[in-house]
Design a protein around this ligand. Structure first.
Ligand SMILES: Cc1cc2nc3c(=O)[nH]c(=O)nc-3n(C[C@H](O)[C@H](O)[C@H](O)COP(=O)(O)O)c2cc1C
Length: 268
């Protein structure tokens, strides 16, 4: 954000307050109001809008300005149909007019490095994580740009499952791994009106300087389980654990990611 020269000196907090109070801040509202959208209007996304979202993704910070990712623009319906099943049976994937898969990608840079020095090392674990960071940060830029243009989005973490299927389906070479999938479209009125799930409080999420163990029960009571009896909160936790933790999809995700890492590092 460009700060006018009259604000550049003096107390920083005061400067931010003045800035907030004098300038409209559409970006903060966009961040505050964004929520995942899983039900869409039949309207297509115009090519210009799609290009603007993709362009915004590419403006994200990127390690060493290397852009360690590739965006797969899934336009074929048969691919969307397969993904809607392989990504834990989520039918709205097949209905989304815009589906992007952000892949961590070190292939091109590694090939260039190997050309400049034949004895250079192969991509390792740190490179994998860095490329995943790049891919996810670019994906989040796309989410925010879409929101600014009135287009809803939803991450599909289940693209981490069924690695072998996705590798073949999307023709992924070595050192290219799917990091995140995003579905985009205009939200229905009902989706727009839906309340955004409450977040934990800032004080629960931020530790000054060093780690401080936090009690999840207190955080939950203040957010997800507000107003529930103790028995209801227990039942909520039990159902949540079964759905998100002791579930077939989460076991498959770990198996699949283990394969991804083995493929990347060459270590079984
Ligand atoms: C890494 C990641 C994976 C996700 N995977 C899915 C998914 O597979 N299916 C889905 O419906 N939502 C998915 N979501 C969306 C979350 O459920 C959603 O962000 C969360 O419930 C908070 O709601 P909100 O985005 O509306 O604020 C995912 C979000 C993230 C960040």
């Amino acid at each position: 954000m460009l700060i006018p020269s009259r604000f550049r000196q003096g107390n920083r907090r005061r400067m931010i307050d003045i800035w907030r109070n004098t300038m409209p801040d559409p970006l903060l509202s966009i961040l505050e109001n964004r929520k995942s959208v899983r039900a869409y209007l039949p309207d297509p996304i115009a090519p210009d809008t799609k290009t603007a979202i993709l362009h915004a993704a590419l403006q994200a910070p990127t390690a060493g300005n290397m852009m360690l990712y590739t965006i797969l623009d899934i336009v074929r319906q048969d691919l969307k149909d397969v993904l809607s099943v392989s990504c834990d049976n989520q039918p709205f994937i097949a209905r989304a007019p815009m589906v992007l898969i952000f892949c961590a990608d070190y292939r091109a840079w590694y090939e260039a490095f190997a050309q400049s020095a034949s004895d250079t090392r192969a991509p390792m674990e740190g490179d994998l994580i860095l490329a995943f960071c790049d891919a996810l940060i670019a994906a989040q830029n796309a989410v925010i740009a879409a929101e600014a243009l009135g287009v809803g989005s939803c991450y599909i973490g289940d693209i981490l499952e069924n690695y072998e299927t996705h590798k073949e389906l999307l023709k992924l070479p070595r050192y290219v791994l799917p990091a995140a999938m995003l579905c985009f479209d205009y939200p229905t009125v009902q989706q727009s009106a839906r309340e955004k799930p409450e977040r934990f409080a800032l004080a629960d999420m931020v530790c000054p300087n060093e780690y401080r163990p936090r009690a999840l029960s207190g955080m939950l009571a203040a957010a997800q389980t507000r107003g529930m009896t103790a028995a209801q909160a227990d039942a909520y936790m039990d159902a949540f654990r079964k759905r998100k933790w002791d579930s077939a999809f989460s076991r498959e995700m770990s198996r699949s990611v283990r394969e991804m890492i083995a493929d990347w590092t060459g270590k079984q």
